[in-house]
Design a binder for this molecule. Structure first.
Ligand SMILES: Cc1cc2nc3c(=O)[nH]c(=O)nc-3n(C[C@H](O)[C@H](O)[C@H](O)COP(=O)(O)OP(=O)(O)OC[C@H]3O[C@@H](n4cnc5c(N)ncnc54)[C@H](O)[C@@H]3O)c2cc1C
Length: 379
């Protein structure tokens, strides 16, 4: 067993840290306040290889392992979780799904541009009445011979108005239940595809969340991913890896808040000494650091499982369940360490606290992670 990161891992971590500090930190408060998508920053992330980290270099990706991805996600999320959700969706849901299950033509046409960040992608599973219960798809993809006729509504879609390629899950054959679901590649601009208004959110406000409407959209058969009826399996398999990305996003939010709390506690004085000299503050920092270290180990374990082709369903769900709780607990305590200053925007920790909440909700709520974990335990 070896807990040491390699030179390459350390270099990726350092590059992500440097990028986050120099490119994402300036303007992060304003982007949050005005719900401004970090377009320029995402473009640079693509140029630096952060949007297709694990994709084979022959498709324009970085050819890196999942551990590198976790390390980079943590650093980016410490500073800007709105940017890191774009990174997570593009890497783990869109690029990974296409590379693993797409045809060579689909990879040449879409993956090569997604992996370099020339375009970004969206993953469209949730609907107004199908969230945790993803089998209740109301969006239909009627088989019309050489194309599918797509009708329905998706909601809460990250990169909703900024993506160029959308992986859309829809029901083709109701009688077959979840075995009658397909995953289709839908391009922005296809006739009958409309983008709804932007959601006004509690956190990750710089990210772009929209509902999407499909009315008689003709999607060519060659845009189906996998065999007929593979769509639900595609979605579940993709989300299993996606959880590692969200777990590391949660880890980054927690460690970002912790670092700010440590710094502030050494600067702020109360009762004649730095507040870090008060044991109540020291104990908060000790709890934060211990929880963060445990969350980091769970994230790296899940990444290692994925890299070594072991089953990462349970370890990924455990990492997300635990890291998202740590993100919530740590950010609340980081606000507390900052006192009144924690309650205003300039000190960043209130934003991190708002951002933390989503990690317990998307890509499977904490309750759903417990279902996934207990199912594995009781097999
Ligand atoms: C900002 C944001 C971005 C998102 N991005 C995307 C995206 O890009 N693509 C996408 O497809 N979706 C996306 N989502 C949707 C997200 O994945 C869903 O919101 C989430 O899966 C929960 O579904 P729901 O909101 O319908 O809640 P529900 O499923 O209605 O759940 C409500 C509550 O009931 C609990 N619950 C439900 N079923 C059970 C059960 N069997 N046992 C115990 N408790 C249960 C849940 O845990 C939750 O607490 C996003 C959501 C948000 C808010």
């Amino acid at each position: 067993m070896n807990f040491q990161l390699t030179e390459e891992h350390l270099a990726v971590q350092e590059a992500a840290r440097e990028f986050a500090q120099t490119e994402l930190l300036p303007g992060v408060i304003e982007r949050d306040e005005h719900q401004k998508f970090p377009a320029e920053q995402i473009k640079k992330m693509g140029e630096l290889g952060f949007l297709g980290m694990m994709v084979d270099p022959k498709y324009g990706g970085g050819g890196m392992d999942t551990i590198s991805y976790v390390l980079a996600m943590e650093e980016i999320s410490k500073v800007d979780a709105s940017a890191s959700v774009v990174m997570s969706v593009n890497n783990s849901l869109v690029c990974w799904g296409l590379e693993k299950y797409g045809t060579e033509e689909q990879k040449q046409k879409y993956l090569t541009r997604l992996a370099t960040g020339e375009i970004i992608g969206a993953f469209c599973l949730s609907e107004p009445e199908a969230g945790s219960d993803a089998t209740s798809q109301r969006t239909t993809a009627e088989d019309k011979g050489d194309y599918y006729l797509l009708n329905g509504t998706k909601n809460w879609i990250t990169n909703g108005s900024t993506a160029s390629v959308y992986l859309v899950i829809a029901q083709t054959d109701v009688a077959k239940g979840h075995r009658g679901i397909n995953a289709l590649i839908v391009e922005r601009g296809m006739e009958g595809f409309e983008i709804g208004p932007k959601e006004n959110k509690l956190g990750i406000r710089g990210s772009d969340t929209h509902s999407l409407m499909f009315t008689d959209v003709k999607v060519p058969k060659e845009n189906r991913i996998g065999e007929d009826g593979f769509g639900f399996k595609f979605a579940m398999s993709t989300l299993a890896g996606g959880r590692i990305g969200i777990a590391s996003q949660a880890l980054g939010i927690a460690s970002g808040a912790y670092e700010l709390a440590v710094k502030y506690s050494k600067e702020r004085k109360a009762f004649g000494v730095e507040i870090a000299k008060h044991q109540a503050i020291q104990f908060k920092l000790a709890d934060m650091a211990t929880n963060i270290e445990a969350a980091r180990l769970l994230c790296l374990q899940a990444a290692y499982d994925k890299d070594t082709h072991a089953d990462y369903g349970k370890s990924g769900a455990m990492a997300k369940l635990f890291a998202s709780k740590v993100a919530m607990d740590t950010t609340i305590e980081a606000v507390q360490v900052h006192g009144g200053y924690g309650f205003v925007k300039e000190y960043h920790v209130e934003r991190l606290m708002r951002d933390a909440k989503i990690t317990q909700i998307y890509e499977g709520t904490s309750e759903i992670q417990k279902i996934v974990i207990s199912r594995e335990l009781l097999k």
